[in-house]
Write a protein that binds this ligand. Sequence first.
Ligand SMILES: NC(=O)c1ccc[n+]([C@@H]2O[C@H](COP(=O)([O-])OP(=O)(O)OC[C@H]3O[C@@H](n4cnc5c(N)ncnc54)[C@H](OP(=O)(O)O)[C@@H]3O)[C@@H](O)[C@H]2O)c1
Length: 337
Amino acid sequence: MHASDDPPKPGIDPSLVPKRALASGAEMPAIGLGTFGSDSVTHETVAEAVRQALILGYRHIDCASVYGNEAHIGEVLSASSVGRDELWLSSKVWNDRHDDVGGACEQTLRDLGVEVLDNYLVHWPFPNFHPPHCDVDERNPDAVPFSAERFLDTWGQMEALVERGLVRHIGTSNMTMAKLDSVLPGMNVRPSVNQMELHPHFQQPELRSYLAAENIAAIGFCPIGSPERPERDRTPDDTSPTDDPVVRQVALAHDVHPATLCVAWAVNAGHTPIPFSTNPRNMQANLAAASVRLTDTEMNQLAQVERACRLIKGQVFLWREGQSWRDLWDEDGAIAV
Ligand SMILES: NC(=O)c1ccc[n+]([C@@H]2O[C@H](COP(=O)([O-])OP(=O)(O)OC[C@H]3O[C@@H](n4cnc5c(N)ncnc54)[C@H](OP(=O)(O)O)[C@@H]3O)[C@@H](O)[C@H]2O)c1
């Protein structure tokens, strides 16, 4: 067969996916693949999604030990022809290992079958945890409020991982401005990123500006509005960014699915979305979102669709009877105790 007769290769050339420069100068692919199966997709299916994603050109994979699938993903990584140095691999220490970050990270490295992570995040700023598949009313009897002192102790263990060469960067997740204010001065190694919920119905402009001023990159989870999120993360007031008429209208103008438009919005807004998908067609469309250029007018229209709709409320991490999930998010600027 002549070269010109070759069938088109599936996927996107990874070199065409934009990169985000972190404060260290390292470059992180500006779209990643999420790997949380929302308690409903099997670990094998998520691992198969990672295998497909690598073929399609994804080079940034967002993992976490609590997703329970790192060993499955590790098998895919070791069988892949994509070299370790071509990949941006991120994972997170789960809440029950805040006192043993080193042991947790070593386990993740073993499971993923790699010697070093590009980024390792503190998944939640509390040691409060819940078992997989728990429901919204479940509470950890040992749950405690956020403490800057305790967090900095965990962070010191994170810094030790950088020192040991096990991770290249460390970062936070689910932090607020008030919590960051309380810990940034006590850190020796600054967070490279903060992972946070970001989609057109929850744009968090103040926190994003704060992070930009601190030179911390924003990674956006649930970029599509997590339509399959677990029951514990649903309330009757939740809205769906992919059903938003403005999102749909801009998507139509660019001939893309509203889900892909959400990914494109994130890239155009300068953050790093990590959409999850098990469907290769959707995965490819989401990675191709990097080339959807939204006009200033469209970005302004999309800024107006903000609904302050936090989907991942985190009720299961509350520490006192009768609390509201809003106590986790310091909405009045003070850290709830
Ligand atoms: N740090 C944290 O605390 C935290 C919290 C939540 C999530 N995360 C991370 O963020 C990742 C993403 O969040 P998420 O998985 O909750 O939600 P999401 O990425 O917003 O939504 C994923 C859902 O959207 C669908 N989808 C994806 N692309 C699509 C397309 N082009 N067209 C139509 N449907 C599409 C997927 O279905 P198909 O499979 O059918 O495509 C899947 O059901 C997670 O996997 C995890 O890695 C982190």
